[in-house]
Design a protein around this ligand. Sequence first.
Ligand code: OAD
Length: 235
Amino acid sequence: MQDRKAHIVILTGAGISAESGLGTFRDIGGLWSRYDWRDLATPEGFTRDPAFVLEFYNWRRANVRKVAPNAAHHALARLARDWPGRVTLVTQNVDDLHERAGSPEVIHMHGTHLTALCAACAHRWPAPDEMAPTDTCPVCNRTATRPDVVWFGETPYHLGRIARALESADVFVSIGTSGTVYPAAGFAADAKDAGAETLELNLEPSRNAGLFDRARHGPATEVVPAWVESLIAAP
Ligand code: OAD
């Protein structure tokens, strides 16, 4: 039985949005099996061919706008609402499905499709449907517009805040992530070192499976609502 004051830290990945219709990265047919991440998710790739990279993110942003949150996103929003203790939700996803499901505070460590970023002055503004290499920053007027997403070789956002949450975590739950990309892949070990109980909810055992005290394997739309229900309903 779970202490009802427990601080639950949750990390989500592409698998939680898969049943909404968004592709994952490393599953069969995933984005990185069809495209080379070096071309599309690195600062060097963007410098080589900004139009190609912006087109890729315009396409992904359009896909996000077409889909809806699923039962797993809704279950995590319910947990934030109904759990008496603290809940910290960290996502590697750049979609806004957690927010649209009603999660009040989402830490987007890999950025978001919703904003554009000026690489020159760091100003952020709502991303237009179509970003183009000729777009200028509304503040500094330079043509340094890029997606507000973290690429390989760049430092993820909010790491200090996440580290503090992991230090005080009683329970760490990893949902729909392959455990391949650091530093997120190291959070389970960090939480365990801090004394947290660790749980994996994923379609199949991830690369990090050995780090978890418990696991439930299956589609996120089934295992996540079942886990939330078991927590909320427990006496
Ligand atoms: P991956 O594509 O690496 O992993 C997705 C995980 O979700 C796999 O372990 C699948 O088994 C699982 N999965 C698939 N469908 C599922 C379902 N219906 N229910 C539950 N689990 C399911 O995606 P991430 O781990 O999120 O970074 O990838 C991490 C980072 O790599 C991304 O944030 C992105 C990518 O490159 C950047 O772009 C910087």
